[in-house]
Structure formats: C-alpha cells, structure tokens
Design a protein around this ligand. Structure first.
Ligand code: NAP
Length: 312
C-alpha cells in the first residue's frame, strides 16, 4: 500500500451531495479530500436537462456538475480519482479509506456520498448487447440513434424525462411500462403525452433483448394483463427501471438497511461516530439534486462539530 495521507474528512463520491459536504467542511477550515471513481458530478453527467433545481430555470446536467465542482474546491478541498474498496474504523476512532489505486487515506471523519446506479433489467441479451444498442444513458448515447426507432423501458421520472430527450433525436420513442400507470411526476407525464414522437405501451414487460451479430434489433415482450407474448423492433433500448445503492464496500460497517441504503438520522449521522452519509445513497423519501445538496450542507457542518468535539 502507498503512504497513508491524513485528512480531517474524506468525502467518498463527488455528486451534488458530496461536493456540497466538501465545500461546507473546507469552508470551516477542515482539510478535505473528495474521492470519486470517475468524473465529478455523479448522475448529473447522465442528465440532459434539469428544470427543478432552484436558481436555474433550465440547465444541462454536465454544466451544473462543473459549476458545483468549481464551487466545491474554492476553499481548498482536494479531489482525486479512486474507487473506494474498504473503510475500516481504527482503534483511535479514525477511519482508513482504501482505494483500488492501492492508496490509503486516514481521516477523522468520512462522508459517504456514493449515490446510486441504474438497476439492470436482468433479462437475456441485456449484457450481451450493452454498448451495442442497450444503453442506460440518453445523454451519452442518444446521438447514435438519429431518426431511428427506440424503446425506453420504465415508467418513472427518468424514463419519461430521458424519453423526451431521446424523442428530439429519434424517429419514434416507445416507452414500455410494466404496470398500468406511470410513476413519473404529473407535469412530466402531461408533457410527454403531448409529444407526437412518444408512445406509451402499458402492462408490458421486456423478457429478452434480441439482435444480430453486430447490434440490437428489438425486444421480446410479455403482456402482464392478457398473458400474450410479442416482439417489437428498435435500434436502441434505453433502460430506466430505478436505482440501486452503491454501498457494497460499506456492508461490514453495520450502517445499511436491508435494501443496502445507508441509514442516518436527520443530521446525516450513521450509527458509527464520525461516519456520515448524504444524498441518494441514504435511506430517504426523496432523491433529488436539491435534497442531496441540503444533506451535504448539514453533513459539512456536522462533520465540523464532530471534529471539534474530538479536540475538547
Ligand atoms: P423509479 O422512480 O424508481 O421508477 C422506476 C420505474 O421502473 C417504475 O416505473 C418501475 O415500475 C419500473 N421498473 C422497475 N423494475 C422494472 C422492471 N424489472 N421492468 C420494467 N419496469 C421496471 O426510478 P427513476 O425514474 O430512475 O427515478 C429514481 C429517482 O430519481 C426517483 O426518486 C425520481 O423521482 C428521481 N428523479 C427525479 C427527476 C426529476 O425530478 N426531474 C428525474 C429523474 C429521476 P413500477 O412502477 O411498476 O414499480
């Protein structure tokens, strides 16, 4: 292992929640390291347009990510690449954070802000055609399907919002919804229903993704009401069927609920002193940019108070 760098706080994950926690903690004069497995911004980088974050009538996800990042490092917080593989609580209460880059960092406190990743459908063909027509990111891959027919799977905010983004590019977007209704916010539903290029098919599950030697050609479907099986042609399949928490490396800390989300109180403290969690990774009733930012500000301030209490 490389040398063990020491920080007051290591923030694991640089999405809106993590970046805000880093900003608040560094503005309180703490030494802060933000670690992320990729580019800062988290799921903002996969979001075309944001219309429900206060202060912006409309802003592109990557643009908001850049603005948040610029703000988050202005008081001295550092940022580094690295996937966190383990967190250990030491006998003196400090925490050792290990990464896949063969590095270790020791911190008085950590903030878990790893967020969530998109759930996979788990049907045959999904992994095989991933990157060859199966996608989880309209912003990244939509442009490959100009004037082509696409299928979106799911019925939540993401499926409807990203479906509308794709409809600007594709010849047609068919949204396959497994139940008889959408879960998306009513305003998004209304907008999508008015879009001529969008079509919704309810009570329909995808049972297999099919293709030829090079790419996806369509899906096999099952009607959950009539029991009928069918097929549908498309050049691309975009999957938006919810999220799963990115918390495997924290399982041994005893801070997760049965589904893997991190349990905290309303000051973002977990059951382990000095370990906080913010944003989508938390067990929380609402997962939004605004809620993640709110969590981050509380955690940044609570981390400061925790470190002060150690010094008394
Ligand atoms: P979500 O709200 O959990 O919705 C998941 C959708 O996928 C539901 O329609 C669900 O159907 C469906 N689904 C789940 N498993 C499926 C399967 N195996 N086959 C077919 N369909 C399946 O997920 P999300 O839309 O990704 O949103 C995640 C969170 O981010 C939410 O809290 C959401 O509000 C938030 N978000 C907000 C915005 C915004 O505010 N603009 C934008 C995007 C996301 P059932 O209804 O039948 O379970």
């Amino acid at each position: 292992m490389a040398n063990k760098d020491r920080y007051d706080v290591v923030v694991i994950g640089a999405g809106p929640g993590g970046m805000t926690a880093a900003m608040y903690a560094s503005r309180a004069n703490l030494s802060v390291l933000m670690l992320d497995r990729g580019i800062y911004g988290g799921n903002l980088n996969n979001t075309a347009t944001i219309e429900n974050y206060t202060g912006f009538k409309s802003i592109k996800g990557p643009e908001l990510a850049q603005q948040m990042y610029d703000g988050s490092i202005q008081f001295g917080a550092e940022y580094a690449y690295g996937t966190v593989t383990n967190v250990e609580v030491n006998a003196d209460g400090t925490k050792t954070v290990s990464t896949d880059m063969d590095e270790q960092f020791v911190a008085k406190a950590i903030v878990i802000a790893t967020g969530s990743e998109q759930r996979h459908l788990g049907v045959p063909g999904e992994e095989e055609f991933s990157g060859r027509g199966v996608s989880y990111c309209a912003v990244c891959d939509g442009a490959f399907f100009k004037d082509k027919p696409l299928i979106v799977v799911g019925g939540g905010d993401s499926a409807v919002e990203e479906g509308m983004y794709l409809a600007n590019l594709a010849s047609q977007v068919t949204v396959l919804v497994r139940s008889d209704k959408l879960r998306a916010q009513p305003m998004l539903q209304d907008e999508a229903m008015k879009n001529d290029k969008m079509k919704f098919i309810f009570n329909t599950s995808v049972t297999e993704i099919v293709g030829n030697d090079t790419k996806v050609t369509g899906v096999k479907t099952h009607n959950n009401q009539t029991g009928e099986d069918g097929t549908m042609d498309a050049d691309g399949i975009f999957i938006y069927v919810g999220n799963v928490p990115m918390t495997k490396q924290f399982a041994s800390l005893g801070i997760l609920d049965d589904a893997g989300w991190v349990k905290t109180d309303n000051t973002m403290k977990t059951a382990v002193p000095g370990i906080f969690a913010v944003g989508d990774v938390r067990e929380t009733p609402l997962r939004q940019i605004a809620t993640a930012v709110g969590d981050g500000s509380i955690a940044g301030q609570q981390v400061y108070q925790y470190i002060q209490s150690l010094e008394k």
